[in-house]
Design a protein around this ligand. Structure first.
Ligand code: ATP
Length: 305
């Protein structure tokens, strides 16, 4: 197993009588993208700001590369931050911005390499105020990775961008991860987390409601296996687990299940044994968005009762 880069154990953060983070534990391993997700006000930004060393925990243990995050000197060169609000100067060009940042970044990449890594070579001479939102976000990321950090904090890197710019930033994060960078990502675009992250945690009201590999988190929701039986074939004996539900409408069968892959496998086995040919087989796992909406919905019901 890879080394642990971030360790969070029983973290709590109180603002007066209000507990914003209420006993959160997770870890992030070297070389993985970990998504910290949650409903509005769940405590993600508070958790990340503690990891970045900007806020102190009220209780619990937090370690980044084995250090207390407040020890900024030990961590500065190993971590890159992309905050929600960027602080770029409109009158500088992309290349001038990187050049300025290189002065106080030790072991900085050359300007051309930093711009190339984020796909901004063509915009080197463009002033920040003339750049698109997506280009500015890429420049933020270029600055964050300038000192070759091993860990990158990406706090909502694509918020406010259009679909195409989001796709470009997302591809770039995927490439950085493929090069071995550890990434802690927060985002409200769940398809982005589903695509990029190997593991995820979903927070609600200061607590982690579910966490694990993306497959484990998705397994919390219900996927489906749908197909049509040939005329005359009976659905009798279809392999439907105790927690699964089968709905038959004419020849069309839909099995709702947490584990659509194994159900599909069993259904194909069932058909083979009976010499039945299935048509229109459609196997779909729950999406992260569905799992998330389930969690958010359960939270609201709790409040109501
Ligand atoms: P969002 O997705 O909406 O950005 P979040 O998960 O990042 O939410 P946080 O910003 O961590 O949530 O906030 C968690 C809770 O703590 C919120 O209810 C917020 O109002 C509260 N909070 C944050 N900072 C303070 C503060 N300085 N004083 C009091 N309450 C605070």
């Amino acid at each position: 197993m890879s080394a642990t880069v971030i360790e969070v154990a029983e973290l709590r953060k109180r603002y007066g009588a209000f507990t914003a983070v209420d006993g959160v534990s997770f870890d992030v391993r070297a070389g993985e993208v970990f998504a910290l997700l949650g409903t509005n006000g769940a405590g993600k930004t508070t958790t990340i700001e503690i990891l970045e060393g900007y806020l102190r925990p009220s209780e619990g243990t937090v370690r980044v590369f084995g250090h207390d995050p407040a020890d900024r000197a030990a961590l500065r060169s190993r971590t890159g931050l992309v905050l929600q609000e960027s602080g770029l100067f409109g009158d500088l060009t992309a290349a001038e911005t990187v050049t300025a940042w290189r002065r106080f970044t030790s072991g900085a990449r050359p300007v051309a390499e930093a711009l190339e890594m984020v796909g901004l070579t063509g915009q080197a001479g463009t002033r920040v105020k003339r750049m698109s939102g997506g280009e500015r976000r890429k420049l933020d990321i270029a600055l964050a990775i300038l000192g070759r950090p091993a860990l990158l904090f990406l706090d909502e890197p694509t918020t406010g961008l259009d679909a195409e710019a989001r796709r470009r930033v997302r591809d770039m994060v995927g490439e950085l991860a493929a090069q071995g960078m550890t990434v802690l990502l927060t985002t409200h675009y769940l398809e982005e987390a589903q695509e990029l992250a190997a593991r995820a945690a979903i927070m609600d009201k200061g607590r982690i409601v579910t966490q694990g590999t993306m497959a484990e988190v998705l397994g919390r929701g219900s996927g489906r296996v749908a197909f049509e039986l040939p005329p005359g074939a009976s659905p009798e004996g279809l392999p439907v687990g105790e927690r699964d539900t089968l709905t038959v409408t004419g020849r069309r069968c839909v099995i709702v299940t947490a584990d659509p892959e194994s159900v599909a496998h069993d259904v194909l086995g069932w058909a083979r044994v009976r010499g039945v040919r299935l048509s229109g087989l459609d196997v779909r796992q729950a999406t992260l968005e569905e799992v998330f909406l389930d969690i958010a919905g359960a939270g609201r019901q709790e409040v109501r009762t």
